[in-house]
Design a protein. Structure first.
Length: 378
């Protein structure tokens, strides 16, 4: 098989993670592009990437990659991806796909027009216990699927420095960066056909301190000002949601008299009392997975009996990359499927810009925050 060449956009956590994922599945990283010359040169040297630059168009022309991998915040996706697809590149993109539903739809339509393959990396669907839950549901262990709950409270510090996560035009907000994973997990277990959606959002962080020097998203807590009451501190307004409640219905891949009801409840700033969890309810039992993205362990209750821990089958753990970090392992799994598909090898279906586009349109509907019926006069 031809060794696929990959050009990376983004020098932070995701960009570096994508590079490692594609290398792990046998692709060649030919270049990396970032905003800041000194940073991109340092990252390229650290990762032993031969080409480094700040000009995306020039990088495409110089490297002529088979694949581009997008590891930047959502606000920096549209133009580079459209340009890459126009050049005939396959595209691997982290969530969110775009910042508006119209952009997401245009990107999906462009991929069809150009005949390129795309991958949408809402990739926590590949957690071992999520795969385990999918197998249990498919085997009929909980009977007819009926309900799902995805509950999480992150207790984020309300004074994390202002950045892309606070800005809707940059792909920030909890729907873009939390709900995408949870919806992907649910559809992986039960089926991709989303039938209906309703939801409300709330901005619990109307402003944030402006602090210089934050480059890696995962290190932003290290830059929280020591004196938050300092009168010299600069503040910026935030326009994204930090909490959401979403109701949805999806069509089950397995026999069910009615669509499956879904509840997604997330609080970004509120404290956690009990564990975050995922629940899948059926007519004959239920599955509980501890952790907001299904880290485990997984518990099973049958016919309203006691909850019992279910060990992850060796057939699942042996099939996954031996990578301890969940995020890195999940990127690697998706990169493997993507490269195999490009090479014409058989592989499990994965999410593409079709799903990414639909997710973006759904998020835009939820962000309108208009699900309410006024009953004050009744």
């Amino acid at each position: 098989m031809k060794k696929q060449t990959v050009l990376i956009l983004g020098t932070g956590f995701a960009g570096q993670g994508h590079a490692e994922a594609f290398r792990a599945v046998g692709a060649e990283i030919v270049g990396i592009v970032g905003r800041t010359e000194s940073v991109v040169q340092d990252v390229a040297k650290k990762l032993n990437i031969p080409y480094a630059g700040t000009d995306w168009t020039a990088a495409l022309q110089a490297n002529k990659p088979d694949i581009v991998s997008i590891g930047t915040p959502g606000g920096a996706h549209y133009e580079p991806i459209m340009e890459a697809m126009a050049a005939g590149c396959h595209v691997f993109c982290d969530k969110p796909l775009a910042t508006t539903g119209a952009e997401g739809k245009a990107m999906y339509e462009k991929s069809l027009q150009m005949g390129v393959k795309t991958a949408f990396a809402a990739s926590y669907r590949y957690m071992p216990e999520v795969i385990h839950a999918k197998q249990l549901v498919a085997a009929g262990v909980i009977g007819e699927p009926r309900e799902v709950e995805c509950i999480s409270h992150f207790n984020l510090d309300p004074h994390i420095p202002f950045g892309w996560s606070h800005r809707k035009d940059q792909g920030g907000g909890r729907l873009n960066n939390n709900f995408t994973h949870l919806l992907s997990i649910t559809t992986y277990v039960l089926g991709e056909n989303i039938l209906a959606i309703s939801g409300e959002v709330r901005n619990d962080m109307p402003k944030a301190p402006v602090v210089e020097g934050v480059h890696n998203f995962t290190e932003r807590r290290n830059f929280i000002p020591e004196d938050i009451s300092d009168p010299e501190l600069e503040w910026a307004e935030c326009d994204t949601e930090w909490s959401y409640t979403v109701l949805a219905k999806i069509e089950s891949n397995y026999p069910a008299a009615q669509p499956v009801s879904l509840l997604f409840k997330h609080g970004g700033i509120v404290p956690r009392f009990n564990d975050d969890y995922l629940m899948f309810y059926g007519s004959k039992g239920a599955i509980y997975i501890k952790g907001h993205y299904g880290a485990g362990p997984l518990y099973l209750s049958r016919d309203q009996g006691a909850w019992e821990v279910q060990p992850t089958p060796a057939s699942i753990t042996d099939s996954l990359p031996d990578i301890e970090d969940d995020t890195q392992r999940n990127w690697t799994i998706l990169a493997s499927k993507f490269v195999k598909d490009i090479n014409g090898e058989p592989t499990e279906t994965y999410q593409s810009f079709k799903e990414g586009s639909r997710y973006q349109q759904i998020i835009e509907l939820i962000q309108k925050n208009d699900p309410w019926v006024d009953v004050s006069g009744l």
